[in-house]
Design a protein around this ligand. Structure first.
Ligand code: KIV
Length: 264
C-alpha cells in the first residue's frame, strides 16, 4: 500500500471512492487499522471521554494530544494521521501556530479544528506555514455548552444555509478536509456537493465523501451509550481485525451508514 496523503483523499472524492476513517489513541490499535487499510486515523479529543472518562472533551489539553499522537505515529506506516487541536488551543492565531506545531512534531500530518468562519484567518495562517487543516462543522463537541447539549445541528433552514456558507469559506481559506458531525442527511449531501474538498461524516448521512467513527463505538466498547449514528462491527465478526475490515468494506460499498444511522 502507498502512503496516504491529502492528495490521495482529494483524488478519491473526484473518483467517487468512499474514504474510511476511524479514531485511534495508541500504537497497537493504530497498527491494526493501518494494516487493515483505513485511509485516515484521527487522534480525536474524544479521548477525553473514551480514555479519560470525562463528560466531554473540554478537559483535554495539548500535552494529552501530543502524547497520544506520538503513540499512534509509532503504529502507522501508510495511513494519514490527523490530530485534534483541543479546546481553547487555537483561540488566537498565535496559539494555533504554537500548538499545531506541537502536534505536527509529535507525528501528525494534519490538524483538525472545530468551528466556522471565525477560523478563516487561522486556517490561512496555518496552511501558509505548512500545516494542513481539517475543518469540523455541525455538532462541534467543544461548543457543547453553547449548544446546550450534544444535539443535532442544522435542522433549521437558516442554520443549514449558514453551514453551507461556512463550509465554502473554510475551503477558500485552505482547509483540505471537512468533518461534518450530527447534521441531517440532506445537509450532509448539500455541503459535500458545495465544496470540492472531501467531507467526512459522523451522523451526517451516507452522501458525505467518507465516514468516521470513534473506535470504541465501532467496536462496542464505549463506556458511555452507543450513539444512533454508530454501529458495533465487532458483534458481527468477533475479531478486531475482521471488524475493522468489515467497517472499511461497508463504508466503501456505501452500506454504512444505513437508514438506521442517519438524522433527518
Ligand atoms: O474527537 C473526535 O473523535 C472527533 C470525531 C468524532 C470526528 O472529533
Amino acid at each position: 500500500m502507498k502512503k496516504i496523503t491529502t492528495a490521495t483523499l482529494r483524488k478519491m472524492k473526484q473518483q467517487g471512492e468512499k474514504i474510511s476513517t476511524i479514531t485511534a489513541y495508541d500504537a497497537s490499535f493504530a497498527k491494526i487499522f493501518d494494516q487493515a487499510g483505513i485511509h485516515a486515523i484521527l487522534i480525536g479529543d474524544s479521548l477525553g471521554m473514551v480514555l479519560q472518562g470525562q463528560d466531554d472533551t473540554l478537559p483535554v489539553n495539548i500535552e494529552h494530544m501530543a502524547y497520544h499522537t506520538q503513540c499512534v505515529k509509532r503504529g502507522v506506516e501508510n495511513t494519514l494521521i490527523i490530530s485534534d487541536m483541543p479546546f481553547m488551543s487555537y483561540a488566537t492565531t498565535e496559539q494555533a501556530y504554537t500548538n499545531a506545531a506541537k502536534l505536527m512534531q509529535a507525528g501528525a500530518s494534519m490538524v483538525k479544528i472545530e468551528g466556522g468562519k471565525w477560523l478563516v484567518d487561522t486556517i490561512k495562517g496555518l496552511v501558509e506555514r505548512g500545516i494542513p487543516v481539517c475543518a469540523h462543522l455541525g455538532l462541534t463537541p467543544q461548543s457543547v455548552n453553547v449548544f446546550g447539549g450534544f444535539k443535532v445541528q442544522g435542522r433549521e433552514q437558516s442554520q443549514a444555509n449558514e453551514m453551507i456558507e461556512h463550509a465554502k469559506l473554510l475551503e477558500a481559506a485552505g482547509a483540505q478536509l471537512l468533518v461534518l458531525e450530527c447534521i441531517p442527511a440532506n445537509l450532509g449531501k448539500a455541503i459535500s456537493q458545495a465544496v470540492s474538498i472531501p467531507t467526512i461524516g459522523i451522523g451526517a448521512g451516507k452522501d458525505t465523501d467518507g465516514q468516521i467513527l470513534v473506535m470504541h463505538d465501532a467496536l462496542g466498547i464505549s463506556c458511555s451509550y452507543m450513539p444512533k449514528f454508530s454501529r458495533n462491527f465487532l458483534i458481527d465478526t468477533g475479531d478486531i481485525q475482521k471488524a475493522v475490515e468489515l467497517y472499511i468494506s461497508e463504508v466503501t460499498n456505501g452500506n454504512f451508514p444505513s437508514e438506521d444511522h442517519i438524522f433527518n
